[in-house]
Design a protein around this ligand. Structure first.
Ligand SMILES: Nc1nc2c(c(=O)[nH]1)N[C@H]1C(S)=C(S)[C@@H](COP(=O)(O)O)O[C@H]1N2
Ligand SMILES: [Mo]
Length: 260
């Protein structure tokens, strides 16, 4: 992997050199910008690797650089804000205790918590160019997606499934994410009624999603439930429905089902 551009000491890192450094392991939720509200393209894994910040500081980043432009073996490129990369970025060579699976980027990929995948998570990465946003544009930018794409605070209802039938207790449960701020609260409401606070699962890290659940007392018949998350900065996710293009969907996920 070449490290070059606006650095004092351009270098080439081999897989063995990366492997022999002190490795760190971090649980990170990756999120795809193209999710509709409630969409499925999000997952959490334990990534094993080295900090890109260490590599870049050794190379000596020159003043004026603001973008890490990464290129993969198959021609994909991504431009990440340098401040995010220096603070939290990883060059991952392992995932969930094993070498990175081929489909997830073997031998190495980037993982930058807090940025959507298309501006950060380059798989099969072979080239790190320290540059500026003025000079280089990642693969998806001329195709209509935003240059800057921090992950938005969001939540999703995973059960009940839409248009399902429920017997007995109505348990509503799902996930919420706000990397890298972390999830502070999830609220749920039924049929436009008062918001009620859901029980939160383990707070693994601010870069990991959080499970949530709530038991609702609902009469037999049709119901619609909605959820919304609040992150640790105090921001509550936006109700306004926006499409994924150009920088990620917003809106409250809702599910309609029948209680028997
Ligand atoms: N080389 C390469 N890396 C890539 C992409 C790609 O098309 N090629 N897609 C990106 C996008 S849009 C996302 S959301 C994540 C998905 O990572 P995953 O396949 O490990 O879930 O990879 C990113 N890295
Ligand atoms: Mo994506």
């Amino acid at each position: 992997m070449r490290v070059h551009g606006m650095v004092e000491r351009p270098t080439v890192l081999t897989f063995d050199e990366i492997r022999q450094r002190d490795l760190v392991e971090e649980r990170v939720t990756l999120t795809c910008v193209s999710n509709e509200v409630g969409g499925p393209y999000i997952s959490t894994a334990d990534f094993i690797g080295i900090r890109i910040g260490d590599v870049l500081r050794e190379a000596g980043v020159k003043a004026g650089a603001d973008q890490l432009f990464s290129t993969s073996d198959e021609g994909f490129t991504a431009g990440s804000p340098l401040d995010y990369v220096l603070e939290r970025g990883l060059i991952a060579i392992g995932m969930n205790g094993e070498p990175l699976p081929a489909e997830h980027g073997f031998p190495a990929r980037l993982v930058v918590p807090g940025l959507y995948g298309y501006v950060s998570a380059t798989k099969w990465v072979t080239d790190l160019n320290v540059t500026t946003f003025a000079k280089e544009q990642g693969y998806w930018i001329p195709r209509g997606w935003a240059v800057r794409a921090p992950i938005k605070t969001m939540s999703r209802i995973d059960r009940p499934k839409g248009f399902g039938k429920i017997r007995g207790k109505t348990v509503v449960a799902g996930t919420a994410w706000a990397q890298p701020k972390g999830v502070a609260k999830v609220e749920v409401r039924a049929d436009g009624g008062p918001w009620q606070e859901a029980e939160l699962g383990a707070d693994v890290s601010d870069t990991t999603w959080r499970m949530w659940r709530i038991e609702l007392d609902l009469r037999p018949g049709g119901h619609t439930v909605e959820c919304r998350a609040t992150d640790k900065s105090g921001y509550t996710q936006d109700q306004a429905r926006l499409d994924p293009v150009p920088d990620g969907a917003t809106g409250w996920h809702s599910v309609t089902f029948t209680v028997e």
